[in-house]
Design a protein around this ligand. Structure first.
Ligand code: NAD
Length: 352
């Protein structure tokens, strides 16, 4: 008997939210299988990274493309960019299957959309890979021709400015001198944030599963250390998650001592209810997609000849956006992540 194959549905899919276009692309020669989801182009061409992942099924890949492309609509809108939301996924193992031919074939798929979707790097796709994608499409962002290179320093700058805005709001003070920050994850972004916090006079408690990174932070910043799994529970003023998502959940929130959570990690709230739990606990949460937008700002706004003045200006403005979110959340008695979504939706509705 033939095996029963569950059909992949799009319009009935639980993550389908009125996406404008969903393209399934295939290339026989390279073996490319890609899904490009364009969620919303009211503010401009859809922009968002391309993720290469060995998805367990086409359905799982579609779920990611639908969910992440919608996330980019909100992120780009809130960052004040004239860009819509989109995302591409390539169903392949980045270590085993990535070839120049496959990346070029992906670029061809992007090019066929004639600028309605602009791609960029994401999990499994490096900036070197993006240079190859750009051989076959003019719509690749963050390449040597179109961008400033590594977006992480701008993400770190935005997170630092976001922390300053949260401190102004929660502690009614401008400087960070003597405040204790628990930084979880000392990668490209976390280490940069730690460096800025140290320069601003903050005390650091650091954690990473990579002992080398921890050692470097201890040497460079005189930081104290904690087990990664206890980073959230440190007796600190601010918890700055810069590693993995879903770290704010029913188990961790009751243990958080900090009055502020502000960090770069994506998808920090395990569920929407956790945003409300943080509010009830009196913990000010900087919504992840608002505070970590420096990277997409740098990718979207600058070419190498433009310098980075505009990018820095827009990234520093993340602090103002967060202040608006914090004030309105207080006024309306609602969680900050709900207000962030509302601000983004208001901008989208005004455009459309
Ligand atoms: P990265 O891979 O350079 O760094 C992540 C660090 O976290 C690594 O040092 C890793 O060892 C550490 N880590 C992993 N698991 C951990 C754990 N359980 N506990 C403690 N540390 C752990 O990544 P990055 O570019 O610095 O990004 C950090 C986070 O910010 C990610 O969630 C990423 O999605 C998000 N983000 C990054 C950017 C950017 O521009 N790079 C932009 C937006 C969002």
């Amino acid at each position: 008997m033939e095996p029963v194959v569950e059909p992949v549905t799009v319009f009935d899919h639980p993550e389908f939210r009125g996406h404008e276009q969903v393209v399934f692309g295939h290339d026989a020669q390279s073996g490319l299988r890609t899904i490009i989801a364009i969620h919303d182009t009211r503010l401009g061409p859809a922009a968002g990274g391309c993720r290469m992942w060995a998805y367990a099924s086409d359905a799982a890949a579609l779920t990611d493309a639908l969910r992440l492309s919608r996330g980019m609509t909100y992120k780009n809108a809130l960052a004040g960019l004239d860009l819509g939301g989109g995302k591409a996924v390539i169903i392949a193992d980045a270590k085993r299957d990535k070839t120049p031919t496959l990346l070029e074939a992906f670029g061809t798929q992007v090019e066929r959309l004639a600028g309605r979707y602009c791609t960029a790097e994401d999990v499994g796709i490096s900036s070197a890979d993006m240079e190859i994608v750009a051989r076959t499409t003019a719509h690749a962002l963050g390449t040597e021709k179109t961008g400033l290179g590594d977006p992480s320093p701008y993400t770190a700058l935005g997170v630092f400015e976001g922390i300053r805005a949260a401190v102004r709001h929660r502690f009614e003070r401008d400087d960070l001198t003597g405040l204790t920050v628990s930084v979880q994850g000392l990668g490209n972004v976390g280490f940069g944030v730690a460096r800025m916090l140290h320069a601003a006079g903050a005390r650091l408690v650091v954690s990473d599963i990579n002992a080398d990174a921890v050692f470097r932070a201890v040497e460079a910043f005189g930081a104290q250390t904690v087990e990664p799994s206890r980073a959230h529970a440190v007796e600190a003023d601010i918890f700055c998650p810069c590693a993995l998502g879903a770290g704010l959940n029913a188990a961790t929130i009751p243990q958080i001592r900090a009055r502020i959570v502000a960090g770069a990690a994506n998808n920090q709230l395990a569920t929407d209810a956790d945003g409300e739990a943080l509010r009830r606990a009196g913990i000010l949460y900087a919504p992840d997609y608002a505070i970590n937008a420096g990277g997409i700002i740098s990718i979207a706004l600058a070419g190498p000849r433009d310098g980075d003045d505009l990018v820095r200006e827009k990234t520093i403005a993340i602090g103002d956006t967060l202040t608006r979110i914090f004030r309105r959340a207080d006024d309306e008695g609602r969680p900050t992540h709900v207000i962030a979504d509302k601000l983004a939706e208001e901008r989208l509705n005004a455009a459309g």
